[in-house]
Design a protein around this ligand. Structure first.
Ligand code: PLP
Length: 460
């Protein structure tokens, strides 16, 4: 591979997602060349232990023969089949049937989208159809969580509540609202679970009142672990309470499992932790383990049947994409599901317990304010003062240092801009690999502390 040529062409022609364009041009791309298991190799031959499964998606690890073979066979047999005009294809039908069997509650229908943003965007359209169909079109407002991430489609970016997705983008739209994140480390109500839950329910009621009452509110959206917001794990019972509040007010409860789905937190879906039964649920990422693009919207019987029955005969529900239910992605999804069912979830749970133990040990590090994890999903929040929970000054450039030192150390993790380290290792990881990842993180943190500016900020 001619790395300098590729870096130069990348700089000139390839626009990267959510990046500083100036910063990217200045630093140039790191070109990933191959992967096997939890290991990636870049074009310079540098090996990296991927502690983030690509972008929280390669849950199976790289180079899984059965997945590759399923994709190859489907490409040979039928590389594309439209879902329009009454056509369908075998892998998509089988995948829909198997997934809805596993899904919580009455989520017996699935629409296959192209990824997570697209799945979230589809829910917003389906919800409009549903509210019109049931005769409550004035129910048009939606409420999400601060620090929530629901992708970056135009409308989804407004449901997302991270500043970078709103800047100069004219979102949130007037019908999109957010209530505080149920963050046990930073919630004004303190760390007590019951206090946070009560505050969330109250904030939900207050927001609905501001909007003009539940007759104007269509849906509440949440992740069960707020991934891109910094791996924030709400207290146990929070999702149950929010679901109950929604039910009481005739507001749809929509769970975004794009990160948490497919074993990331242990079970196939994170809804299982509290037996949550959402009205709609979005998935992507682990659905195909990143081997091909695909997302999905699970839909309850009630929503499906209402739209079906109230749409006049012969009239189409006007939502669709060329690549919905793509047969190659679906064949890959089936092969990946075989792996989840064939022991991968159990391995993730077992290794996740070890990761949790290692992370608890990390809590003593001078830079670490708190650590949190569930299954193979974890966050390490850095502070310069453990008592006041002061975040490091942006001038210290800690997240850039973390990424650079991590690369040099041969480990990959997510260094969020607000100095949270995100971990989402492949579910196939071994205990030894998790030790290597955690040892590497300690070395990286120690190196960050060697910076005199960081050291003096810590003493302050
Ligand atoms: C919870 C959640 N929803 C939606 C998305 C958007 O998915 P995609 O990047 O596949 O469009 C993401 C991506 O990280 C996500 O974490």
């Amino acid at each position: 591979m001619d790395t300098p040529r590729l870096v130069s062409l990348d700089r000139e022609h390839l626009i990267h997602p959510v990046s500083s364009w100036q910063g990217h041009e200045a630093s140039g791309a790191t070109i990933l060349e191959s992967g096997k298991g939890v290991w990636l190799t870049d074009s310079k031959g540098h090996r990296l232990l991927d502690g983030f499964s690509g972008l929280w998606c390669v849950n199976t690890g790289y180079g899984c023969e059965s997945v590759i073979e399923a994709g190859r066979r489907q490409l040979e047999k039928l590389p594309y089949a439209t879902g329009y005009f009454g056509f369908s294809n075998e892998p998509a039908i089988e995948l829909a049937a198997r997934l809805t069997q596993h899904a919580p509650g009455h989520l017996n229908h699935i629409y296959f989208a192209l990824g997570g943003s697209d799945a979230v965007d589809s829910t917003l359209r389906f919800i409009r159809y549903y509210q019109h169909a049931r005769g409550t079109p004035e129910k048009r407002h939606v409420i999400g969580l601060q620090k929530g991430y629901h992708g970056s489609s135009f409308v989804g970016a407004g449901l997302t509540a991270l500043p970078v997705f709103h800047r100069d983008a004219d979102v949130p739209l007037p019908w999109q609202h957010h209530i505080p994140s149920p963050d046990p480390y930073r919630h004004p109500a303190g760390p007590d679970a019951e206090a946070i839950i009560q505050a969330s329910v109250q904030a939900f009621h207050d927001e609905i009142a501001k909007i003009g009452g539940p007759q104007h509110v269509a849906a509440f959206y949440c992740e069960l672990v707020q991934g891109s917001g910094g791996v924030i794990i709400p207290p146990k019972g929070w999702a149950t309470a929010m679901q109950a509040a929604c039910r009481e007010l005739d507001i749809l409860f929509v769970v975004d499992e794009v990160i948490t789905g497919f074993g990331r937190t242990g079970p196939l879906f994170a809804c299982a932790h509290e037996n949550i039964e959402p009205d709609m649920m979005t998935v992507a990422k682990g659905l195909t383990a990143g081997y091909a693009p695909m997302g999905g919207v699970f839909m309850s019987d009630t929503i499906y049947e209402t739209i079906r029955d109230k749409t006049p005969p012969g009239v189409s529900v006007g939502h669709g994409q060329t690549y919905s239910a793509h047969p190659v992605s679906a064949a890959i999804g089936l092969a990946v599901l075989d792996l989840y069912e064939g022991g991968l979830l159990e391995n993730g749970t077992r290794v996740g317990e070890h990761l949790a133990t290692r992370l608890r040990g990390l809590g003593n590090h001078p830079l670490v304010g708190t650590t949190r994890s569930v299954g193979m999903l974890a966050g390490i929040e850095l502070v310069t003062d453990k008592t006041t929970k002061t975040k490091p000054d942006a001038q210290l450039g800690i997240s850039g240092k973390l990424s650079r030192y991590g690369y040099e150390q041969g480990i990959l993790f997510r260094a969020f801009g607000d100095d949270v380290i995100g971990l989402a290792p492949p579910l196939c990881s071994t205990i030894a690999e998790m030790d290597q990842l955690c040892d590497g993180i300690v070395s990286v943190l120690d190196r960050v502390m060697e910076d005199p500016a960081v050291a003096s900020a810590l003493k302050a």
